[in-house]
Design a protein around this ligand. Structure first.
Ligand code: ADP
Ligand code: MG
Length: 579
């Protein structure tokens, strides 16, 4: 092949890939355009996670009849003139690429009526080619419909994420913009169902209760910090409200949602010594600074920025958050006290009492379950995996059982062991044996939109396990029964456990899903580390463990026991081998 210049059509499709990677990017670009157009209301419709339809309607300035055809061309923008304008950019858009890119890879309809004009225009494009342009009589503002996204880029279509993942990402994005632009009314439907709606009254804490749940929103700590022309505003979580990952840490810089791991690191550092290892805060912070302090022209998706003085911004975030935390008075965590002391107080009545939600206090003992065995593929009980008969000696640190076997000493992690026991016992029940415990008072649970979407497809599986769940109004479910096997647990805690961690790309399918949920509920229900067990309870636990098919690991694969053989003890004490 000789060298040649690519046709405009090919070039634009290639460039489109950088701007519109997935339905989420289309939603982001269209919302940003509506915000730039000074809309006070943005209505978003998404069908089939954006593959069939993304429609964004606003009541903003609109596009004049004359500008309609220009707006969809590449490098067409009303937002900057010269390269110097980038130094003082106050709009979200500036590259003039979004509409052209989106129109190149979809069936695209744009209807717009500029405030200053008598009538509007409708423009229709398919794969970047103009199909129709006519007069349109709609209200002032703009409606953009994107259908059959990526219909002409099959490679891109193939690499799209699962629908559930994309839906959650879109909801998350709109929640964040609704927070940042609390003065704009946002309304989102997915597959014709209302997902979220804000009032546009400017109250950020109100929007927060949509992003998190009402309880969490009340707890979030206000950040309000100023240093010269720099401001940090928003909310950050109290130390008792944490997550197992960084996904709920969000930053806006001059109104733009950005991803910046160093800002996240600054925030996390502000919590230094306040949080337990492996736990992360949640936050949504809005940084405002002089326009010339940020370079936004780093990447076509505009999700990254460069600061003129990154060290200062880092310290700014850290100071702002630290101050908010200290003013809200977080008690320092004394690990030993919080684990052992706290549980000692109410440990007596154990009898396999199911652990109540301890607000994450002991969670650092647990790792995020990422894979779980499938019972069908369990190894058969054999000499190697079996546990010999053990004589219980006692408990240490209220967490480990000490036992003697024919060949030495066994240290057993009571939590992991109990998890294993519950998991196998529950799995041994046939579906008909899985009795349901009707709740005297059915409980209702309101979820945030993203979690609701996650729980909905689990209804069938949960039903098989013994949960009677029904939709009960807006993002709300009602639970009428739970599995009798877990009857002592708080039904709300059990359900929340089911949702936890089914996040990005973690929505498993098929039979694996059922096992994952069972494992997760067992983990939640198992006796915790730090709980004192009576001798009788210790005996029972060990006996139950001996009955297990795979007693040596918990369902997530972590060991339940450590074996110190007599041989090893003798070596360690220098009774054998080299002196
Ligand atoms: P950019 O936002 O970088 O300027 P876009 O391709 O996203 O580029 O949009 C091109 C132009 O179309 C914008 O500069 C703006 O003038 C106009 N436009 C796009 N969406 C809207 C909207 N919702 N309301 C008013 N004008 C819009
Ligand atoms: Mg734009």
């Amino acid at each position: 092949m000789t060298i040649h210049i690519l046709s405009e059509e090919v070039a634009i499709k290639i460039a489109a890939g950088e701007v519109v990677e997935r339905p989420l990017s289309v939603v982001k670009e269209l919302i940003e355009n509506s915000i730039d157009a000074a809309a006070s209301e943005i209505i978003i419709k998404v069908n089939r996670a954006g593959r069939d339809l993304i429609e964004v309607a606003d009541n903003g300035s609109g596009i004049s009849v004359e500008d309609m055809k220009i707006a969809v061309q590449r490098h067409a923008t009303s937002k900057i003139q010269n390269i110097e304008d980038l130094n003082y950019l106050s709009s979200l858009g500036f590259r003039g690429e979004a509409l052209a890119s989106i129109a190149a890879v979809s069936h695209f309809t744009m209807q717009s009526h500029a405030k200053s004009e008598n009538e509007g225009t409708l423009l229709r494009m398919e794969g970047g080619k103009l199909i129709a342009k006519k007069i349109w009589g709609g209200p002032e503002g703009t409606i953009i419909r994107v259908e059959n996204l990526f219909f002409n880029t099959p490679a891109r279509l193939k690499f799209q994420k699962q629908e559930l993942t994309e839906k959650r990402a879109i909801i998350g994005l709109i929640q964040k913009y609704a927070f940042e632009y609390a003065g704009i009314r946002f309304f989102l439907t997915m597959d014709d169902k209302t997902i979220l709606q804000t009032s546009g009254n400017g109250n950020r804490r109100q929007v927060l209760s949509i992003i998190f749940n009402i309880d969490q929103a009340k707890q979030m700590i206000l950040v309000d910090y100023k240093d010269g022309g720099f401001q940090v505003n928003g909310f950050t979580s109290p130390i008792g409200l944490t997550r197992s990952n960084r996904k709920e840490i969000n930053f806006f810089v001059n109104g733009r949602w950005i991803l910046d791991s160093s800002l996240s690191a600054a925030l996390i550092q502000a919590y230094h010594t306040f949080l337990m290892v492996g736990r992360f805060p949640m936050a949504i912070l809005d940084l405002k600074m002089p326009l010339e302090e940020v370079d936004v022209n780093v990447h076509p998706a505009k999700a990254e920025v460069r600061f003129r003085n990154p060290g200062f911004i880092f310290s700014l975030v850290q100071r702002a958050v630290r101050q908010a935390l200290i003013q809200s008075n977080p008690p320092a965590i004394d690990l030993a006290d919080s684990i052992i002391g706290a549980n000692r107080a109410h440990s007596v009545d154990f009898a396999w009492t199911l652990a109540k939600d301890t607000k994450g206090q002991n969670d650092f003992l647990e790792q995020t379950p990422n894979s779980v065995e499938n019972l069908n593929s369990l190894p058969s009980k054999d000499e190697f995996t079996q546990v010999p008969l053990l004589r219980v000696i006692g408990q240490i640190a209220a967490t480990y059982l000490v036992a003697e076997g024919p060949d030495g000493l066994y240290l057993i992690d009571q939590h992991a062991a109990h998890e294993r026991i519950l998991f196998e016992k529950f799995n041994r029940l046939t579906i008909s044996e899985r009795a349901r415990q009707q709740l005297l008072n059915p409980v209702t649970l309101q979820l945030n939109a993203a979690d609701f979407i996650l729980l909905q497809p689990l209804f069938d599986v949960l039903d098989k396990l013994g949960f009677d769940i029904e939709e009960f109004g807006f993002n709300t479910i009602r639970v009428r029964s739970i599995p009798s096997f877990f009857a002592q647990s708080d039904p709300i805690v059990l359900l929340k456990t089911c949702i936890e961690n089914f996040e990005e790309n973690e929505s498993p399918l098929g039979s694996d899903l059922e096992q994952k949920i069972i494992a997760r509920i067992c983990k939640r229900s198992a006796v915790r580390g730090g709980q004192i067990l009576s001798h009788q309870e210790q005996l029972q636990l060990i006996q139950d463990l001996e009955q297990c098919q795979s007693p040596r690991t918990c369902p997530h694969g972590r060991p339940t026991m450590i074996h110190l053989s007599v041989d090893l003890l003798e070596r360690q004490f220098g009774r054998r081998g080299s002196q």
